[in-house]
Design a protein around this ligand. Structure first.
Ligand code: FAD
Length: 282
């Protein structure tokens, strides 16, 4: 006799931020779901996100906002500097009371955010090493074929499987488009404290946009976005080449030495680049 396919009411594809947040949102409402993740464990690599007030409202709704607040510094201010001249072109005080209260901005470490969401989910809510390879429909039921040969039948399928989503492909959504820009990112770790104020510093112009912001007392997140040219081919071949490329670009501008030192301080394993891609909404 053929083994019966497993069945679930709600399946979420992908245990990234979107998948875990969707699962936790359902859990808080008393609704069970199963998250299928292709990797053998939580993909907690990466660096950080500048997380604004609207994101904190979402995290509060999931009851993890305060945990994230405890782990990260609140940014007081923004300073935007023209990279070509060193002039301050914009300053904003986040502590001032605006129409909707003060702006809450923190630079949240990706690993801590993923872990905070995962910890709140009930045991067994995430099934790792479970890559969805194809989707078919049987009436209202979605039949999910997994890479390990198993089959799962789901009443509801929620696609949170990232930029190369199989769910989006199955739905016939447009392919993500390339913005023409790439982003290099890194994290500088200072075990004895970095001593920087929690200010969001940005450098614009001169062919790039770059910025940095402390996450907590020991980590500073930075990014560098640019439009790669033929000339830049191969700069992302290794972390050391990429870091050198970013430093060379910044050294040719009026970005201050203390900002360059932050990037220089990043471990090689803590520097990565990726093309910035965008999926248009439905
Ligand atoms: C490892 C990593 C590091 C990142 N670091 C940063 C950063 O430092 N700063 C920043 O601004 N952005 C970063 N990003 C991008 C950022 O996390 C995402 O753009 C954003 O969070 C969108 O999240 P998401 O949950 O929609 O998608 P993702 O975060 O891409 O999550 C999708 C998940 O689905 C899983 N998946 C994919 N296909 C399948 C399948 N067929 N079956 C089952 N599971 C599948 C993937 O393994 C992944 O865990 C990173 C992304 C990743 C994956």
């Amino acid at each position: 006799m053929q083994p019966k396919d497993a069945a679930e009411d709600i399946v979420i594809a992908g245990a990234g931020l979107a998948g875990l947040a969707a699962a936790l949102g359902l859990h808080r409402k008393g609704v069970r779901s199963l998250v299928l993740e292709s990797s053998p464990s939580l993909r907690a690599s990466g660096f950080a996100f500048t997380t604004w007030k609207n994101a904190f409202r979402a995290l509060d709704a999931l009851w993890v906002g305060d945990k994230i607040r405890e782990q990260h510094l609140q940014a007081w201010a923004l300073r935007v500097v023209a990279s070509a001249t060193g002039e301050i072109v914009r300053e904003a005080d986040f502590t001032k009371q605006g129409k909707r209260g003060p702006l809450e901005i923190r630079c949240v470490r990706r690993d801590l955010l993923l872990q905070a969401l995962e910890e709140e989910l009930p045991k067994g809510a995430i099934r790792y090493s479970s890559k969805i390879v194809s989707i078919e429909e049987d009436g209202n039921i979605k039949i999910l074929q997994l890479a390990d040969g198993s089959v799962l039948r789901a009443k509801v399928l929620i696609g949170c499987d990232g930029i190369n989503s199989v769910v989006a492909k199955w739905l016939g959504l447009a392919k993500p488009s390339y913005s023409g820009r790439s982003a290099a990112r890194g994290l500088a770790h200072y075990p004895d404290g970095h001593g920087f104020e929690p200010k969001f510093l940005q450098f614009v112009g001169h062919g790039f946009r770059s910025g940095m912001l402390p996450c907590n007392e020991t980590d500073i997140y930075w990014f560098f976005t640019w439009t790669p040219s033929e000339h830049d081919k191969g700069v992302d071949e290794s972390a050391s080449k990429l870091k050198q490329f970013v430093l060379d670009k910044l050294r040719g501008s009026k970005v201050p030495e203390e900002a360059l030192a932050v990037i220089d301080k990043s471990e090689m394993s803590d520097v990565l680049a990726a093309p910035l891609r965008f999926r248009p909404p439905l």
